[in-house]
Write a protein that binds this ligand. Structure first.
Ligand SMILES: Cc1ncc(COP(=O)(O)O)c(C=O)c1O
Length: 391
């Protein structure tokens, strides 16, 4: 063979031996074949399980799907290229062959609100937003809207409201609607919404699941009855997670329980300190004194943990909030959350920057608000950095 032919073929396309690698390798291949063409035909037609084309499956992605499904107690797990991909898949799966409306919590991650209100793919779908912690109101809105699904976050971004998932599942089902839960802030370590009656759970794996600020991804998780629709949508729309990100997420999930518990314990200490600081107003943390959902959170979350996310307002408005961010020395002022390092952002100009100002103000996402994602560092160092940064 000529050099250019050898360059393309030599050393490649070997069958793995009888060894077992200690971690699932990154399968960068975008297609797979068999010694007999008939086998590929059987895989394509669904008669035989196996790999064929990476949009339909990839061994690295399948491994992380199996891992996260086990943690969440789900029969179906589909890894997506981002949390937003998982959210769209969940909404489309709920809307397929069902009524064309959604009832959603009024305080959600900014891009989720955008998907629910503006996405052309959802044209013709009406969304009614309401306070999902007010169960009577939610019941009335659901009765009127007759939605395909109710959509909530376990701990809402950035207001840290905690809806009663079991009660909301009852309301949804009594109106023949599904319950979709974004459990990004809780992960399966703090909550398993499927066991509480939710029908579909979504995650931004970019956050706690990956946990190290190095991968973008999401998960759609559900019971077996949603497999056919979800897989049909997934295989045709192509929101696939790549093999490299799948590997990073799988590695991250191995330490998720350890990280999450440490982050929650650090958050309890940090919140107790912030609560007493004279420049801090309106600390929003589910364990804080006077938090409207403290009891619901205590019932939902295990072992006296209340999550590792909080937000608060600084006296002095937007300028004071920006100055705090600029003075940080260790806390990372980047627009994400859930990483091993503590992070701070200004919701009104980042995560909720696309929301009309009037809507933001009405919900209480003010210009003075800062959101803190507590990391795994020593709690003293987190508090020390806040102390020198706050006015
Ligand atoms: C609660 C929540 N859900 C979903 C998302 C979207 O995730 P991704 O950025 O991975 O698409 C985010 C992003 O910040 C989020 O905070």
């Amino acid at each position: 063979m000529k050099l250019q032919t050898l360059a393309v073929h030599a050393g490649d396309r070997k069958k793995p031996g009888d060894f077992i690698p200690v971690t699932t390798p990154i399968y960068a291949a975008s297609s797979f074949f068999y010694e007999r063409t008939e086998d590929l035909d059987d895989v394509f037609s669904g008669e035989k399980s196996g790999q064929s084309y990476a949009r339909f499956g990839n061994p690295t992605v399948a491994a992380v799907e199996e891992q996260v499904a086990a943690l969440e107690g789900a029969e179906v797990c589909i890894a997506t290229s981002s949390g937003m991909g998982a959210i769209q898949l969940a909404l489309l799966a709920a809307l397929t062959d069902r009524r064309k409306s959604i009832v959603a919590a009024d305080a959600l991650y900014g891009a989720t609100i955008r998907v629910l209100t503006e996405m052309p793919a959802l044209a013709g779908v009406e969304t009614a937003f309401c306070d999902v912690c007010d169960l009577e109101r939610l019941d009335a809105v659901t009765a009127k809207a007759r939605p395909a699904a109710i959509y909530v976050e376990t701990i809402s971004n950035p207001l840290m409201r905690v809806p009663a998932l079991d009660r909301i599942a009852e309301i949804a089902h009594s109106h023949d609607a599904l319950l979709i839960v974004d459990s990004t802030f809780t992960t399966p370590v703090l909550a398993r919404p499927l066991a509480l009656g939710a029908d579909i759970v979504v995650h931004s794996a970019t956050k706690y699941l990956a946990g190290h600020g190095d991968a973008l991804g999401g998960f759609f998780l559900a019971g077996g009855e949603h497999r056919e629709t979800a897989e049909m949508l997934h295989h045709t729309l192509g929101y696939n997670l790549g093999a490299f990100a799948a590997y990073f997420i799988m590695r991250g999930v191995k330490t998720l329980p350890l990280r999450m518990r440490k982050q929650c314990r650090n958050a309890l200490q940090t919140a107790a300190w912030l609560e007493r600081h004279p420049a801090v107003e309106k600390l929003r943390f589910p364990a804080a004194d006077g938090h409207p959902d403290r009891e619901t959170a205590a019932a939902l979350l295990p072992d006296g943990l209340f999550g590792a996310m909080m937000s608060f307002e600084v006296k002095g408005g937007k300028a004071a909030a920006f100055s705090v961010i600029d003075r940080l020395r260790m806390i990372v002022p980047a627009p994400s959350l859930g990483d091993v390092h503590t992070m701070m952002l200004h919701p009104a100009t980042t995560s909720h920057g696309q929301m009309p100002a009037a809507q933001r103000e009405r919900l209480g996402i003010g210009e003075a608000m800062l959101r803190l994602s507590v990391g795994i560092e020593a709690a003293d160092d987190i508090i020390g950095d806040l102390e020198q940064a706050l006015p």
